[in-house]
Design a protein around this ligand. Structure first.
Ligand SMILES: NC(=O)c1ccc[n+]([C@@H]2O[C@H](COP(=O)([O-])OP(=O)(O)OC[C@H]3O[C@@H](n4cnc5c(N)ncnc54)[C@H](O)[C@@H]3O)[C@@H](O)[C@H]2O)c1
Length: 345
């Protein structure tokens, strides 16, 4: 018998996850829901095996083996709570919540419940990023001087999404914060962030920025450099560059890297630029969902991102948000002191 998986939220990523899940050999049935009937109809029209239900409560009592939460960010905390109360193993899209306080409260309830809850930081399943992490762990690069994580979106998401997203650090740069923390197996002690707005005035109207860079000082002394934007017209550019005292490695440089190389005689990269995160990370999303289903079926112990890992990422995002607003470095202990007891899983 294959697994029955629920999917809550069928927008950009939820619809994509439903399609990916439907094609996995370990998945037999899907039960799906969304707050908007049109999103449900679009999914069931594509996936004849997906069974639609009216809401999350109905879905969680429909005999699902596990649930993927891919609804809008402000709904995550309450839906994780519902899934945990129903005893249903959960993969929730990032982030857990908009505030560190709310994230910490969810993490404590998850820990008390014993129900497995994973958070969807999919870059952990990108083969080249995983290889970079293995190189760091093996000591192949010597000590790491600089680790650079870049996320350049080609165009902004809809205004409604931006308004509910929590801002570029909590919504977008969290991927880079998780990647660097996971890559280095190290904790951030200080954050300095700067942001700017040159695009749609809506970003400033909702207190957000459309582009930002962040310096992260790790406990080891490694400096993390994060660059993000909503306006990278040439395509979706996501890469990781790791420089050590004896060697350097990169992930995300391929023929689809959206940059024009002006070096004479060098034709790289020469392919069609990556259009968006769906094409750039399709394999990573599939690997993440496969790992989740395998762990639900008890067939493996893949290294999915835990809720406690995601809480540490939320602390970094909060420090970055404060730093960019106040124009000063912010120590992560300053954020933790308000909201959480520092504790690694
Ligand atoms: N891991 C990644 O690479 C990645 C990429 C994109 C988005 N995300 C995350 O996924 C989430 C969704 O992003 P998106 O781009 O798909 O947004 P979206 O706006 O396209 O879709 C969100 C969907 O959730 C539905 N929804 C809202 N409240 C609901 C509720 N209470 N119950 C059921 N459905 C509800 C909406 O109707 C909508 O269809 C966000 O939290 C975002 O941070 C992650």
């Amino acid at each position: 018998m294959g697994l029955t998986i629920g999917v809550i939220g069928l927008g950009r990523i939820g619809g994509f996850h439903a399609d990916t899940l439907a094609a996995l050999p370990t998945v037999e049935d899907l039960v799906v829901t969304d707050a908007h009937p049109a999103a449900i109809d679009a999914t069931t029209a594509r996936l004849s095996t997906a069974r639609a239900v009216s809401d999350a409560d109905t879905l969680l009592s429909a005999g699902v083996d596990a649930v993927v939460i891919a609804s809008a960010t402000p709904t995550h905390a309450a839906l994780i709570d519902k899934a945990v109360a129903a005893g249903v193993p959960t993969l929730c899209e990032k982030p857990i919540a908009l505030s560190v306080k709310d994230s910490a409260e969810v993490v404590h309830r998850v820990a008390d419940s014993g129900v497995p809850v994973h958070i969807g930081y999919n870059r952990r399943f990108d083969p080249a990023m995983a290889a970079a992490r293995a190189s760091v762990a093996a000591g192949d690069l010597g000590f790491i001087t600089t680790a650079r994580s870049t996320t350049l979106d080609p165009a902004p998401p809809p205004r409604d999404y931006i308004a509910a997203s929590g801002g570029i650090f909590r919504d977008c740069a969290v991927h880079d914060f998780d990647t660097l923390r996971w890559l280095l197996d190290d904790e951030v002690v200080e954050v300095y962030a700067a942001g700017g707005n040159q695009g749609d005035p809506h970003f400033a109207e909702v207190g957000d920025v459309d582009s930002a860079s962040v310096l992260l000082t790790f406990a080891s002394g490694t400096i993390g450099v994060v660059s993000v934007t909503r306006y990278n017209g040439r395509g979706y550019d996501c890469r990781l560059e790791v420089h050590g005292s004896t060697d350097s490695v990169v992930a995300g440089w391929d023929d689809g890297t959206p940059a024009r190389n002006l070096q004479p005689g060098c034709g790289f990269p020469g392919g069609t630029p990556h259009a968006f995160f769906m094409d750039r990370f399709a394999a990573a999303y599939r690997a993440e969902l496969t790992a989740f289903c395998d762990t639900v079926a008890g067939d493996g112990s893949p290294a999915l991102c835990t809720a406690r890992d995601a809480l540490e990422v939320a602390v970094i995002a909060e420090a970055a948000t404060r730093s960019a607003t106040a124009h000063r470095p912010v120590r992560t202990d300053e954020v933790r002191a308000h909201h959480v007891t520092a504790q690694r899983q």
